[in-house]
Ligand binder design. Structure first.
Ligand code: ADP
Ligand code: MG
Length: 361
């Protein structure tokens, strides 16, 4: 796997259980997956030499992020504008968007869509870094000046009812498996909570999202996991973006599904028969642990384990920085309100040493 973040770390864990040799190309030896993988190679994913040297020692290569330069990996869509163009070709409904090279592009677009609009970095963004909501022409002018040199696109600000995600695994021989549709809750562009399955989702909408996921996986020719991020709107589903790898919206599958997304990704890229994506519990709630001001995460772990033995804690071994994803907690059971409360309390205590139940939306 190229990249050694938490996605690679959790994939390594699945590889152990399947008896599959697994190595990572890490930028540094202390990265999340590099800490736990024998056969870690350190190198630069932007260097073709490093990629070739790494790939030469592997039978199959897959990725934990989409930042590898396009010329090296022509098949990889890592450009949000190119991704939207491809989605349009496939006839998929997306937020309206356009290029944003100058202020006239943005104000001209807003003449049609209305304000606010969303400015997005075409590549390199994650966790909302690279997404800016812009209320009017003055703010647009300021932002464009501040973001000078970054390749941007502009899109309509969608007043969605909520955000959903659908995960699909697809193997080279064409077998596919689709997971239950989940609800994702973002704050400041960063995923905070995932509810599986999405509570109260109309069966017809769930089926439409799953069909869309399967059609996209086949249409784009995905190998491995595909995550489709969706906006649920009164007019139907809009596709926000695609990620062709295990995804934060699928961490719940470790405890909450028969086959975790990490194991499924390995099965798919190796063209092994896929595992069942069925839910293993009535409800699963996943809450991300964000870094807080006090980096001593492990000193707070015992308290959380004692306070709620039923909550599963995953820590990524990453340096704690405020707002950075450093782990997640998962709770499975029958009462979604109770699960949300427990998962939120555990995550909040781990990040800050205080227990806060998140607002129950
Ligand atoms: N057009 C939009 N309208 C409203 N909210 C948006 C729009 N685009 C993005 N967002 C919000 O910002 C979050 C992050 O944007 P996204 O395009 O998914 O970038 P990232 O690569 O950081 O995940 C989304 O999950 C959503 O909450
Ligand atoms: Mg996103």
């Amino acid at each position: 796997m190229v990249g050694a973040g938490q996605l690679a770390r959790m994939t390594a864990q699945a590889a152990v259980g399947l008896g599959i040799g697994f190595r990572v190309l890490a930028a540094a030896a202390d990265e999340s997956a590099a800490q736990v993988c024998a056969g870690t190679q350190t190198g630069d994913y932007r260097s073709l030499d490093d990629l070739l040297a790494f790939g030469g020692r592997c039978d199959v290569v897959t990725f934990d992020h989409e930042h590898v330069p396009e010329p090296h990996l022509r098949a990889l869509e890592q450009d949000k504008r190119a991704m939207r163009a491809r989605l349009a070709e496939l006839g998929v409904a997306c937020p309206r968007s356009d290029r944003a090279a100058c202020l006239d592009d943005v104000t001209g677009f807003a003449d049609g869509s209305g304000w606010p609009v969303v400015l997005k970095a075409v590549s390199g963004g994650y966790d909302g870094k690279g997404v800016w909501v812009c209320g009017g022409p003055e703010e647009a002018a300021e932002m464009l000046a501040r973001l000078h040199g970054i390749d941007l696109m502009v899109e309509e600000h969608v007043a969605f009812e909520r955000e959903l995600a659908v995960l699909v695994a697809r193997s080279p021989s064409g077998q596919a498996a689709v997971y239950p549709v989940v609800q994702t809750i973002q704050q400041d562009g960063i995923c905070r909570e995932v509810l599986a399955p999405a509570p109260g989702l109309a069966p017809a909408t769930a089926a439409a999202a799953q069909r869309l996921g399967l059609a996209l996986a086949a249409g784009v020719g995905v190998t491995g996991m595909l995550a489709v991020e969706l906006f649920e709107t009164p007019g139907g589903l809009l596709v926000n973006e695609l990620a062709m790898r295990p995804h934060n919206s699928g961490h719940w599958t470790i405890e909450g599904a028969r086959t975790s997304q990490f194991e499924q990704h390995l099965r798919a890229v190796l063209d092994l028969p896929l595992g069942s994506p069925a839910a293993a519990a009535r409800h699963t709630v996943m809450v991300n642990i964000l870094g807080g001001d006090d980096p001593r995460l492990h000193s707070r772990l015992a308290h959380v384990m004692a306070a709620d033995p039923g909550v599963k804690v995953h820590l990524y071994g990453k340096q704690v920085r405020p707002g950075r994803k450093v782990g997640h907690v998962t709770a499975v059971g029958d009462d979604i309100g109770e699960l949300r409360d427990r998962a939120a309390r555990a995550a909040s205590y781990l990040s800050s040493g205080t227990e806060q139940a998140q607002p129950q939306g």
